[in-house]
Design a protein around this ligand. Structure first.
Ligand code: ATP
Ligand code: MG
Length: 586
């Protein structure tokens, strides 16, 4: 297949009129006050995520529309907006009856089961702050986060409690209540805990939302820990304006969509776009409790008639690794838009989407700190594979440089590498790192929020990811972004994924070293290593191409699916591994 540098979109590519049809005009007309005016607001004044996400629909025409369709081992379980309203009211009443109030912190530790979603939304109603954890966390990362966040309540399952929390319960001084969701439908009976279903059954399904203001804290989200110890980012109820406008423009949600966000709510994507944004738009969300499985995923896309799919590069790479034949067992006539976030999306993956699923993958960029999507490829945009897209309405992004006095200013010339920065003040911007004011202050310079990522902007206003500031390789006077090298390696048919690091070298500063895992049907060998070295040299030139390649069965990843280059480097150099609380154990 021909692979031009731009995938041009025509009217035939758009199955529904896109919400962002005229980029320039919409950006110009946009103001956050406009987005805020599209929200309902609390009846007595104030703003609450759950009111916007659930109540608005529950008391309107969409009351019977399915909000969540939960898939798991049992038959699918549908929950309508009306039911979601009643269930979350019950949960809010449970919190109130336990004396848990506004501003207190509730942690959730569970798989993607209904109780998690009900607890998150019910907490918002009670003004209680939510902090989601990955269910696969071990006792130590759970204790660290719970203590840092002064968790008063933990919602989890009997199994997870017994395995991970029971033995550290004495080390969690702020934790007053543990609510257990039963795995088998039978009431749980574990000392020191309460059975959630019993409390829910006794609670009223009427609840008046505790008035929250736009600046009241809603969520405490820990970062992925890709570059170091995870940071606790503070978010507010007012962030809902960003969730609303990005659900509209970046994900192009329309009321009749069947939407599937594959991210776990333990990661910010799974909350902002797995819970909040789809509900705001009144769509039906698919939630699958099972872990990744290529056959299962294709079946879900086909059988559930998914129309909008939001996933991550790591998942796409795993699907690519599994081979296209599995995909071809089904057809996907309902699928109209695919988006991805979390890591650079290699051009190879964008094309793979087009070839195998009939749609290119649309990359977008954001961070735990930004609370929502900032830069995106939307359905109407032409795609430049390898680019993250353009800033959304309401977002001003720039490449900035620091001068000798430390003053930060935007660079106007196209294609210049520098730090990616955003004009501060969008509604879902973090309001602090919990108990780390110093680190938070470092995120800002003048009007700008500094992302810590390096990027460039081309003459058409598209942004291109270069690398994280910490990962950039300095070799013989060149600055090399690992993404560029990884993408070139991935163009070789044998390569499933690649992670690239700089390895200290006396002569050139750092040499480029690549770690590669292979697709099904390929074997590691010296001959293949030489072939890959040659392939990379041809694509990248000798100065940028890796000098060394090692084969690994899989690359170390965070639970949110990001390649942990710092770990590849530490292991290569025999250095301490640092914080590995978010490392996925495979
Ligand atoms: P930590 O801050 O703890 O090291 P993290 O930065 O990986 O972890 P997240 O907030 O989950 O935690 O991830 C945001 C980062 O992910 C971005 O700063 C960027 O480096 C990377 N990222 C996200 N989306 C993209 C994308 N589309 N292209 C390239 N990189 C991306
Ligand atoms: Mg980060």
């Amino acid at each position: 297949m021909e692979r031009p540098a731009i995938i041009r979109k025509t009217a035939a590519d758009l199955r529904v009129p896109p919400n962002l049809a005229d980029y320039a005009a919409t950006r110009q007309a946009f103001g956050w006050n406009v987005a805020q005016a599209e929200l309902a607001g609390l009846p007595g004044g104030g703003l609450n995520i759950a009111h916007e996400a659930v109540e608005r629909h529950a008391h309107g025409a969409r009351s019977d529309h399915v909000a969540f369709r939960f898939l798991g081992e049992m038959a699918p379980q549908d929950v309508s907006y009306g039911e979601l309203s009643r269930l979350t009211n019950r949960f809010a009443n449970v919190l109130r009856s336990l004396g848990v109030g506004k501003g207190e912190r509730l942690f959730v530790l569970s798989g993607r089961i209904p109780a998690l979603y009900i607890a998150v939304l019910g907490s918002f109603k009670n003004g209680t702050v939510v902090s989601p954890l990955f269910s696969a966390f071990g006792p130590e990362p759970i204790a660290t986060r719970l203590n840092l966040g002064e968790g008063a309540v933990l919602v989890t399952t009997e199994l997870l409690y017994r395995r991970k929390v029971e033995k550290i319960r004495g080390e969690l001084p702020t934790l007053r209540h543990v609510l257990l969701a039963s795995e088998d439908g039978q009431p749980t009976d574990v000392p020191g805990t309460l059975d959630l279903a019993t409390l829910m059954a006794a609670a009223s399904d009427d609840f008046a939302i505790v008035p929250t203001a736009a600046e009241d804290m809603s969520l405490l989200h820990f970062t992925s820990g890709t570059t170091g110890t995870p940071k606790g980012a503070i978010h507010v109820h007012g962030a809902v304006a960003t969730h609303w406008s990005t659900g509209k423009y970046a994900l192009d949600l329309h009321a009749e969509d069947i939407y599937w966000c594959t991210a776990d709510p333990g990661w910010v994507t799974g909350t902002s776009y797995g819970i909040i944004a789809p509900l705001l738009h009144g769509v039906t969300s698919i939630v699958d409790a099972a872990e990744f499985d290529a056959e299962r995923w294709y079946r879900i896309l086909a059988e559930e008639k998914v129309s909008v799919w939001y996933t991550a590069p790591t998942a796409i790479r795993m699907l690519m690794k599994a081979g296209a034949e599995i995909a071809r067992k089904h057809t996907y006539p309902h699928l109209r838009f695919i988006a991805s976030v979390g890591e650079p999306l290699n051009p190879e993956a964008v094309w793979w989407g087009k070839e195998v699923l009939g749609l290119p993958i649309h990359d977008n960029w954001w961070q735990t700190e930004t609370g929502g999507i900032m830069i995106a490829n939307t359905p109407a945009f032409d795609i430049k594979p390898g680019s993250m897209g353009r800033p959304l309405p309401g977002i001003e992004a720039a490449i900035v440089k620091k001068d000798a006095e430390g003053k930060v200013s935007p660079v106007d010339t196209a294609d210049t590498e520098g730090e990616l920065a955003l004009k501060a003040g969008w509604p879902s911007m973090l309001r602090g790192y919990l108990h780390n004011e110093e680190r938070y202050k470092k995120c800002f310079a003048g009007d700008w929020y500094l992302s810590g990522d390096l990027a460039k902007r081309d003459a058409d206003g598209y942004f291109w990811f270069v690398g994280r500031a910490d990962d950039v390789i300095k070799s013989a006077g060149h600055l090399i972004g690992p993404f560029e090298v990884e993408s070139a390696l991935m163009e070789h048919p044998a390569v499933a994924e690649a992670g690239v690091i700089g390895k200290p070298d006396e002569t050139v500063g750092e040499v480029v070293k690549a770690f590669v895992s292979l697709k099904k049907g390929f074997e590691a060998s010296d001959a293949l290593r030489l072939e890959l070295l040659g392939h990379a040299r041809k694509k990248l030139g000798a100065a940028v191409a890796p000098k060394e390649i090692d084969f690994l069965p899989t690359l170390p990843r965070t639970r949110s699916g990001k390649i942990m280059r710092r770990l590849l480097k530490a292991r290569e150099l025999g250095l301490p591994e640092g914080d590995t609380s978010t490392l996925e154990s495979s």
